[in-house]
Design a protein around this ligand. Structure first.
Ligand code: UD1
Length: 345
C-alpha cells in the first residue's frame, strides 16, 4: 500500500476522472478505478500508466450491480476515501430518457454511501455542478446562492445527490463529504495522452470546436448571439481540467486530515472569469493558429445566459486556485485532439 493510502475513483476512465487519477498518483496515492466504460475507453488506463509509470487497478462493472460492488469493497475495505464521478452528463439526453438518468445517476450514490457505512469509509468527494444554481440572480455566483428548480433531469440528479449526501451525513453516519460544483471544464493534460473523448457527436463546446478544426465536423453552430451579454453570446466560467483535478486532491485531503469545518461542505470550482462563446472561439484561433468554420444559429433550448463563479470561499477554504489561462485551455484541447486522431491512423 502506498504511503498516502488508497482512493477509489468512480468514473476514473472518464474525462475528469482520468485527470484526477493522474494527479492522485503523482501525489503518492494508490488509486483504484471503477468504471463501466459507458462513456469512456479502457485504453485510458494505459495512458494513465504512460503518464505516471503506475497502473491503477481497474474494475470494470456498473455501480448498479450491488453484488459486484460489495465484492469490490470486501477487497478494498482499506480505502481512505472515495471520489465519485461516475454519471451520465448530457443535458439534452436527460430530457429524452429521464428514467435512465435518475436510475443511473442516483442509485449508485445510494449504493456507495451504504457501502461506506458498512465498510466504515469516511471521506467522500462528490462531482457536482454549477447547474444547481440555474440562472443566478447575482453574478458572480457564491455557494450561498439559492438552488433553483432544475432545468433538466441531469441537473436535478446533481441537486438530489447533494441532498442524499447531506442527509446521510446529518443522520449520524460516520461520513464527511464535500460537493465540488464545477463550472465548465475544458482542456487536456499537457502530455496530450488523455483528454475529453465524447462518444458520437459532442454536445459540449470545446470538443465540437476541436473536432470541427480537425475536419470531423463541417461547422460549429454558435447557439445564439442575441443574449443580453456584451457580444450577444452566452458566458461561462471555463476551467482547465487539470486545475479542476487538483481541486479534488485538495478536497479529499481536507477530509482525510480533518481540516473540514462542517461534515458536509460545498465549493464552487471555477476561475472566477466569464468568457463568451465568441471569446472561446477567438482564443482557440489565436492559441492554435487554426481558422474555425462557424456560424450563428438559434439559441439552444435550456441554455442559461451567463454564469461565472465567485471563488472566494473555495480559494480561502481549500487553499486552491485555478492557474491556467483560456489560451492554455484551448491549446491543450487541440493538442489532445490531434494526438488522439493521429494515433488512430
Ligand atoms: C452543461 C451544463 C453543465 C454540465 C455540462 C456537462 C447547464 C447550465 N450546464 O454545460 O452543468 O456539467 O453541460 O455536459 O446545464 N455552445 C455552442 N455550440 C455548441 C456547443 C455549445 O454555441 O456546439 C455554447 C452553449 O450555448 C454554451 C457554451 O457553448 O453557451 C457551453 O456549452 P456546453 O459546453 O454544452 O456546456 P454548458 O451547457 O454550459
Amino acid at each position: 500500500m502506498s504511503k498516502k493510502g488508497k482512493i477509489l475513483v468512480t468514473g476514473g476512465t472518464g474525462y475528469i476522472g482520468s485527470h484526477t487519477t493522474v494527479e492522485l498518483i503523482e501525489q503518492g496515492y494508490e488509486v483504484v478505478i471503477i468504471d463501466n466504460l459507458s462513456n469512456s475507453d479502457a485504453f485510458i488506463v494505459d495512458r494513465i500508466e504512460q503518464i505516471t509509470d503506475i497502473r491503477p487497478k481497474f474494475y470494470e462493472f456498473d455501480l448498479l450491480d450491488t453484488d459486484k460492488l460489495d465484492n469490490f469493497f470486501k477487497e478494498n475495505a482499506d480505502l481512505v476515501g472515495i471520489i465519485h464521478f461516475a454519471a451520465a452528463k448530457a443535458v439534452g439526453e436527460s430530457v429524452e430518457i429521464p428514467l435512465h438518468y435518475y436510475r443511473n445517476n442516483l442509485v449508485p450514490m445510494i449504493n456507495i454511501l451504504e457501502a461506506m457505512k458498512k465498510y466504515k469509509i469516511e471521506n467522500f468527494v462528490f462531482s457536482s455542478s454549477c447547474t444547481v444554481y440555474g440562472q443566478p440572480d447575482e453574478l458572480p455566483v457564491t455557494e450561498n446562492a439559492p438552488v433553483k428548480p432544475a432545468e433538466s433531469p441531469y441537473g436535478y440528479t446533481k441537486q438530489v445527490n447533494e441532498n442524499i449526501l447531506n442527509d446521510t451525513i446529518k443522520s449520524g453516519a460516520n461520513i464527511k463529504g464535500i460537493a465540488l460544483r464545477y463550472f465548465n471544464p475544458i482542456g487536456a493534460h499537457h502530455s496530450g495522452l488523455i483528454g475529453e473523448l465524447p462518444k458520437g457527436v459532442p454536445n459540449n463546446l470545446l470538443p465540437f470546436i476541436t473536432q470541427t478544426a480537425y475536419g470531423l465536423r463541417k461547422q460549429l453552430s454558435v447557439f445564439g448571439e442575441d443574449y443580453n451579454t456584451p457580444d450577444g453570446s452566452c458566458i461561462r466560467d471555463y476551467i482547465h481540467v487539470v486545475d479542476l483535478a487538483k481541486a479534488h486532491i485538495v478536497a479529499i485531503e481536507r477530509l482525510i486530515d480533518g481540516k473540514n469545518k462542517n461534515s458536509y461542505e460545498m465549493f464552487n470550482i471555477g476561475t472566477g472569469n466569464g468568457f463568451s462563446v465568441f471569446e472561446v472561439i477567438k482564443s482557440f484561433e489565436q492559441s492554435t493558429g487554426e481558422k474555425l468554420n462557424y456560424k450563428v444559429v438559434a439559441r439552444r433550448a435550456g441554455d442559461i445566459e451567463q454564469i461565472w463563479a465567485d471563488t472566494t470561499i473555495g480559494n480561502n477554504e481549500l487553499g486552491w486556485k485555478a492557474t491556467k489561462t483560456l489560451d492554455e485551455m484551448t491549446l491543450s484541447a487541440w493538442k489532445w485532439e490531434q494526438n488522439y486522431r493521429k494515433d488512430l491512423n
